[in-house]
Design a protein around this ligand. Sequence first.
Ligand code: HEM
Length: 367
Amino acid sequence: MSSFTFKQITRTAINRRALLALAGITTVAGTFTYQTLNNNNNFNNNNNQNNYSKTTKTLASAATLNAALSDSHSEKDYQQVYNAIANQIREYDEYDGAIGFGPALVRLAWHLSGTFVGPVGCPHISGGSFGGTIRLPKEASDPANNALENARWVLEPVKKQFSWISYGDLYTLAGVTAVQEMGGPKIGWRAGRKDLGVEYASTGKLPDASRDADYIRSLFVKRMGFTERETVALIGAHALGSCHVQAPVLPGATKSQGVGSGYTGRWTAAPNFFTNEFYRLLLEDKWTPKKWDGPFQYENKDELMMLPTDMALVQDASMKKLVVEYAKDQEKFFKDFAPAFKKLLELGIDFKGNKTYEFKTLDEQDL
Ligand code: HEM
């Protein structure tokens, strides 16, 4: 297959292609330097949060969670890995009702990274993408990671081809690749993560979609160290993909191998295009509680969906301002999303001198 066929093209998506050329990336996230980790996953999301604001001020002066390996591979080598991942997305474009694997790869990178726990009132921090621990059964079987075995499945041939790459680097690079191949902004990326064992696996750290804006702040702002702007920009990734009661059927299989989150439906009509549609729909559409025997969620007349945490972004006055800004200005959304996503993929890692790479899409290489 020589070109990526998107099955769902809307006017917005086409306009977005034009805007894409304008969207730049400004990045280089601040380096977190923390004291070396004695991994400790015993923090309760709801405990110790009040102490966090005190400790955030001192984050920059503590030492490192995970120091990246100096890297013997070149930008060209990683572009080859990028291309192999992008080709897997092209190859399996019928997956999940012709959405393809792009959204699942973005979610994989986020779920690997979003387990990060800052030093909430004590020197121990944990989680994040460094150890590639979502590959391990303990972390993979966290119910929050339901259906992500499919995303890992599609990357396994790439890992076989480039056996030198760590899972943490592969899965984060897959998130970057997917965002870019679906028309999103360029995301700067750095190599150097190292696979770690099960003692570093995290569970119970990913968000519960039934909650409100204060809960979102407690995780993203207080626990992971994002600004409110970065938080709202990151959740805009819900323009992509869908929610599943059952995990999508893998290529070549006859039935689903597992369960999904229990929610159902797509957020936007073009779920394999990276756009600001999520914000526009949140503001402009009429959302009502879905009548069904599944978890509480919202739907509109076109059977698109919103989670309670998505709706929280417009129920909270200060987050709503950001939603309005991104709904009006896709270029601004792209500019804010790119460094926020890079920061997410790098939480807790000191990359030392390792360079930030920016990869070409397959289209830019005429592949
Ligand atoms: C409050 C924060 C968040 C909550 C509660 C949340 C919750 C969820 C849920 C319940 C699903 C459906 C999973 C399934 O049934 O297969 C989902 C899918 C997804 N999420 Fe999030 N999410 C959050 C933040 C994020 C962030 C920060 C990103 C990326 C930067 C992201 C990217 C995605 C993507 C791309 C999908 C679609 C996956 C697919 O189609 O397979 N989410 N999320």
